[in-house]
Design a protein around this ligand. Structure first.
Ligand code: 13P
Ligand code: SF4
Length: 348
């Protein structure tokens, strides 16, 4: 776990500044110092409560900077799933992400309390594939296995053969003994996997997409490339095929972080949600990260704030829940994914 002192000293929230004020006025300066103080106070209170409640705070790479800074771990979706089972002494997991990731933690940790600081933090793409639709597609392609991206709700996962994340999707599909695979809900990730495996992927629904990642445009990236010819372009596989076609590296959010650390490049153009810039900059203080689009903001991820994390711990809210029979059925395809991806659930 990262140190409490580090978490407290790094808290800031520029988004809360009143943009109608003309800086630098005395009032704006006062507001800024009040915000800094209140974020720092909140972070200290969170860390105290966390200890008292034996809680683990997990944050996705897209979380606000100050939320990442109070977390024990910041990771991608598969990384957070793994982290959730690595701390046997933790009694409570505060999941700073969106609904499907918190549900995954419930499925993998049925005896623990999993809290979502904001109930409204729901992934719209996961909601594009209701469990009822999966049976229809299975009837249409009875021999094709069903692979579901973890960005699905638990009831949908319970109906699939194996789960995947963007970090292991190609490996999972490659491992299946079938040339045709039903794959949902992201049609762009399906395209990416089809290119890499040569298998025929049937996207369900036909045009499932992430509303944040479709905001990136190839034209914007090519212009940025002109201005920064040495920069490497990193994109998430939820981006459109056109955007993927101009990327030098495509991977999950944590794979991008690893690549940025290992690459010799000093500048990167980033085609994924803006929250990742905080981690990239923290881990690579001498490198430069240019957003491929300044408006790439997942409002659902950003619903988690320090105040809401504090209330979650103080008032034991909001509990993420998955009916027991659904959780039991959804656990098998998740475990199969960990087996195939050769990343044991308990592997560090
Ligand atoms: P990662 O698994 O790459 O973190 O992606 C999750 C997600 O929601 C991307 O939009
Ligand atoms: Fe869902 Fe897209 Fe937000 Fe990820 S970025 S949680 S896929 S809406």
């Amino acid at each position: 776990m990262r140190g409490a002192a580090e978490a407290v000293t790094k808290t800031h929230n520029p988004d809360l500044l009143d943009s109608t004020q003309e800086p630098p006025t005395k009032r704006a300066m006062t507001t800024m110092s009040q915000i800094l103080r209140s974020d720092q106070d909140l972070a200290e209170k969170i860390l105290k409560l966390k200890k008292e409640r034996k809680a683990l705070i997990l944050a996705h790479n897209y979380q606000r900077p100050e939320v990442q800074d109070v977390a024990d771990y910041v990771d991608d979706s598969v990384g957070l799933a793994r982290r959730s089972v690595e701390e046997p002494d933790a009694e409570v997991i505060v999941h700073c992400s969106v609904d499907f990731m918190a549900e995954t933690a419930v499925i993998l940790n049925p005896t623990k309390t999993v809290l979502m600081p904001s109930l409204g933090a729901r992934c719209p793409m996961a909601a594009m594939l209701p469990a009822s639709q999966i049976d229809q597609w299975k009837r249409r392609y009875p021999k094709a296995p069903v692979v579901l991206y973890v960005n699905t709700l638990a009831e949908a996962k319970a109906k699939c053969d194996i789960c995947c994340t963007s970090a292991n999707a190609a490996k999972v599909v490659e491992s299946l003994d079938s040339d045709t695979v039903i794959f949902g809900p992201d049609a762009n990730l399906a395209w990416y996997v089809q290119q890499r495996t040569g298998k025929k992927l049937i996207p369900i629904p036909e045009r499932g997409f992430c509303q944040t990642h479709v905001l990136f445009l190839k034209e914007d990236i090519l212009l940025l490339k002109d201005e920064n010819p040495q920069a490497e372009v990193m994109a998430h596989p939820e981006c459109t095929p056109e955007v993927q076609s101009v990327a030098d590296f495509i991977g999950s959010t944590s794979q991008m972080c690893t690549h940025a650390r290992n690459s010799n490049a000093e500048k990167f153009i980033i085609a994924t949600e803006l929250g990742i810039l905080h981690r990239l900059e923290r881990e690579n203080p001498n490198k430069t990260f240019v957003p491929a689009y300044e408006g790439a903001w997942c409002v659902n991820m950003k619903l988690n704030t320090l105040q809401r994390i504090y209330l979650a711990l103080k008032e034991d809210r909001y509990r993420a829940e998955v009916p027991r029979d659904v959780a039991r059925k959804a656990k098998a395809p998740l475990e199969r994914m960990f087996e195939i991806a050769n990343t044991s659930l308990n592997a560090k």
